[in-house]
Design a binder for this molecule. Structure first.
Ligand code: FAD
Length: 402
């Protein structure tokens, strides 16, 4: 029989590396399940950077269990539908989430910044007797041992070597945990960057028939319009070419982009602009013994469909449920392997394919294919069962079934 390191000699049941949206929700699920958890975050405070703004129905169901959904919904905008549009022709279809009312308690997309939820999760962790959350605490090494894992920490009150039964790497795309385990991150970088802007102009007055989320197809000027509590986020493609990042980010270029797709827009209302590279990469494995990868540490994709953060929260929540059962003495080793395999499949075959499919459909230059795609989107408006099936996938409910 294997001799287990006695629990009293460990610092925690689980150390979570990274205090982003995925790390904090994973840790909260663990603490609420009765495990002692330490979250180590390298930054001084939660990043307020503009990133994900969409929360899908299954994520809201998980956040509800953690006690976060009600307040988050209060702070966000409920998108009752979303649209596919054509830059020249206007609305193609308006997909109402009400067809999902039998499938979820939350038949909508919630539009709110990921930092709002992360800060709420931070506060819940700080108040939880089984959780510790330390900022300015950077993990520099992870060493799996026979039945526990050593974690080297620089900074914060836990500086030194920590010992935990399990370690969850929720430390983002450049994951130290992943590289410490020697796990590859396979995939590609997209041939265009995304220029993300925010405007306080009421775009719903300029385009009165738009929804809160709109994907607008065009071979050159495809774009995305998403409403959130602080205004509208507008995403444009920025192909790699002769223009430097500085030129792309210049107010002249941003105004030009707005003029092309939103004539009449007041450029003075543009609040900020950012440029980022987009990747589709998946870790070669999500588990090595008692160390697990979740969220961006395990997979990254383009934001067309708002699936990155959502699938990360799902990874962490499902993993935490298994670790809680392990903490209660159950043998869940085979189920943990299954979790790692299944979540990798979701990242590759569901999130990766859906988001890439959305991006390709919006920017397609082949007129015949564009017409066929328009017809397929239009057909969804006329067939309720087809619409429900489509929305089960795009709202990520289907990713958690079967
Ligand atoms: C510009 C942009 C726009 C996006 N838009 C969308 C969108 O519309 N929809 C969507 O679903 N997703 C979107 N995403 C992706 C989404 O933001 C990520 O999927 C999400 O942030 C992943 O959360 P995470 O907790 O896994 O990782 P992160 O948010 O990256 O958090 C990781 C945390 O780990 C910490 N950390 C890293 N290394 C260490 C270490 N060694 N020790 C301690 N701490 C460490 C970091 O400081 C960070 O706080 C976007 C991303 C970007 C960059």
């Amino acid at each position: 029989m294997t001799e287990h390191t006695p629990f009293r000699e460990l610092d925690a049941d689980v150390v979570v590396v990274g205090g982003g949206p995925v790390g904090t929700t994973t840790a909260l699920t663990l603490a609420q399940g009765g495990l002692r958890v330490i979250v180590l975050e390298g930054r001084a405070a939660t990043s307020l950077e503009a990133r994900a703004t969409t929360f899908h129905p299954p994520t809201l169901e998980m956040l509800d269990e953690l006690g976060l959904a009600e307040e988050l919904i209060r702070q966000g905008i409920i998108a009752e539908s979303y649209q596919f549009r054509d830059a020249e022709r206007g609305k193609i279809v308006d997909l109402e989430f009400s067809v999902l009312s039998e499938d979820t308690r939350y038949p909508f997309r919630l539009q709110v910044e990921q930092s709002v939820m992360t800060l709420m999760a931070n506060r819940a962790l700080e108040a939880h007797p089984l959780a510790e959350l330390h900022n300015l605490a950077t993990v520099t090494a992870v060493r799996p041992q026979d039945d526990h894992v050593e974690v080297e920490v620089v900074g914060g009150p836990r500086e030194g070597v920590l010992r935990a039964r399990h370690v969850v790497g929720a430390d983002g795309m450049r994951s130290t945990v992943r590289s410490q385990l020697g796990i590859g991150f396979t995939g590609h970088t997209y041939p265009e960057r995304f220029l993300v802007t925010s405007t306080s102009a009421p775009l719903h007055e300029l385009l009165p028939d738009i929804a809160s989320v709109n994907y607008v197809a065009d071979p050159v000027d495809w774009h995305v319009l998403m409403r959130n509590p602080s205004g509208w986020r507008v995403l444009f493609p920025a192909p790699f070419g002769e223009e430097t990042a500085e030129e792309l980010l210049s107010s002249e270029n941003v105004r030009r982009q707005f003029d092309r797709v939103l004539p009449g827009h007041d450029p003075e209302k543009i609040d900020w602009v950012t440029l980022y590279e987009v990747h589709r990469k998946v870790a070669d494995s999500f588990r090595a013994g008692n160390v697990y990868l979740v969220g961006d540490a395990a997979h990254v994709n383009n934001p067309m469909g708002g699936m990155g953060m959502n699938s990360g929260v799902h990874d962490g929540y499902l993993l935490a449920k298994l670790l809680v059962r392990a903490g209660n003495g159950e043998d869940v080793d085979a189920e943990l392997d299954d979790w790692a395999r299944r979540r990798r499949e979701v990242a590759l075959d569901y999130v990766g394919k859906e988001t890439e499919g959305n991006w390709s459909a919006l920017r397609d230059t082949d007129e015949e294919r564009r017409a066929a795609q328009r017809a397929a989107w239009e057909a969804l408006g006329e067939d309720e069962e087809a619409r429900r099936s489509f929305l089960l996938t795009s709202s990520m409910l289907a990713s958690l079934r079967g």
